[in-house]
Design a protein around this ligand. Structure first.
Ligand code: KG4
Ligand code: ZN
Length: 340
């Protein structure tokens, strides 16, 4: 096999999206995601239902990824899969499937850390997208994680700040639930925030020292605020929905940007990348762009479909590890709390 023809099949099943992608030499040929709608009614991901849906979806999703890419199983160079972090039952489905396939095809098996993948999504070969130079800072913001990572090379990463309680995506989802939105609420808050006044209601930012984050206090603050207002005016939410969303989003963005500013100051690094589901947020994308003129940053935002959970980002890590000759042992196990 020359480096000219590396085909990676990647599988992602860490949470509530069953995803598969095929990559050829760092370029995505197919990127299939089956989002599990079943969780919407519960206001959050139900782990048991997620595992069952993965089991149902995994073969059709992989099949579709291969068909769309027009690549046959016999052409594959390696199978990459998400080892963790994530929900154990969900991870087990992808892990077992990937192991069996790699074993059956007698090709390398490559385990991937989901959080590293959110960062390395920036290295997928894409026209019009510039890869961040090392070292850079990556802020990974998702439904399960909020981290600032100093990235010295593809596989040398240091978490220099992280949440001490809820993830930023949870702040969006839990606030949205209070306002009557289904799960996930982030995209709905984003949409309404565009129509509202971000300074209509003021929320205080948590006081957490250093580069760590906290979002649970904000959620409680929003809860008390909404309860108090609804008591005075039962139609408060519907009358002010866009303004409430804009104010919540404005506060969250303020918290994230403050920490990025501090991280940039402390490390002297001005190349800043974001990743994870919440980086799909239009307000965050704008705030980051503004940072280019305000703070002299160069910022990197991945293509939209590589921000929320996807297998393309797993494929690029698989590709990079394959180039290094990596091949996991068949005894590799899923790890719900895998660290960067
Ligand atoms: O990375 P991801 O797809 O899954 C996890 O690994 O958690 O992130 C999902 C999170 C959810 O909390 C969802 O509400 C949030 O990303 N999200 C958004 C937006 N799109 C997705 N949050 C704010 N604005 C958005 N546009
Ligand atoms: Zn994720």
């Amino acid at each position: 096999m020359t480096t000219q023809n590396i085909y990676i099949l990647a599988i992602e099943s860490s949470c509530d999206d069953t995803a598969a992608a095929v990559m050829h030499n760092g370029k995505i040929l197919s990127n299939i995601v089956a989002s599990q709608k079943i969780h919407e009614a519960y206001g959050g991901v139900v782990p048991e239902l997620a595992s069952r849906a993965h089991q149902q979806n995994i073969v059709p999703v992989v099949d579709q990824a291969l068909t769309t890419a027009d690549v046959s199983a016999s052409q594959l160079s390696a199978i990459a899969f998400t080892r963790g972090p994530g929900l154990m039952g969900s991870l087990l489905v992808g892990t077992s499937f990937a192991k069996s396939l790699a074993y059956g095809l007698s090709i390398p098996l490559i385990d991937v850390n989901h959080m590293q993948a959110h960062i390395l999504a920036h290295f997928i070969e894409e026209a019009d997208f510039i890869k961040p130079p090392f070292p850079f800072l990556a802020m990974t913001i998702s439904g399960g994680h909020t981290q600032i990572v100093k990235v010295d090379s593809h596989f040398e990463m240091d978490v220099i700040g992280e949440t001490i309680d809820d993830a930023v995506g949870e702040a969006f989802d839990k606030s949205g639930k209070l306002l009557g939105f289904g799960y996930p609420a982030g995209p709905e808050i984003d949409k309404r925030a565009k129509l509202g006044n971000p300074k209509a209601f003021a929320f205080t930012k948590p006081k957490v020292s250093g580069l760590n984050f906290s979002f649970s206090g904000l959620k409680t603050q929003i809860l008390y605020f909404v309860q108090k207002q609804v008591k005075a005016n039962p139609n408060f939410i519907e009358e002010h929905l866009n303004d409430i969303c804009a104010s919540i989003q404005y506060t969250i963005i303020g918290i994230l940007i403050d920490k990025l500013k501090l991280a940039s100051k402390e490390t002297g690094i001005k190349h800043i990348a974001i990743g994870g589901g919440v980086s799909a947020n239009s307000g965050i994308r704008q705030a980051l762009k503004d940072g280019e003129t305000k703070f002299g940053w160069t910022t990197y935002v991945p293509k939209f479909e590589y921000t929320t959970d996807n297998a393309a980002m797993i494929a690029i890590v698989g590709h990079l590890k394959f180039l290094e000759g990596y091949n996991a042992d068949q005894s590799v196990m899923a790890s719900a709390r895998l660290k960067i």
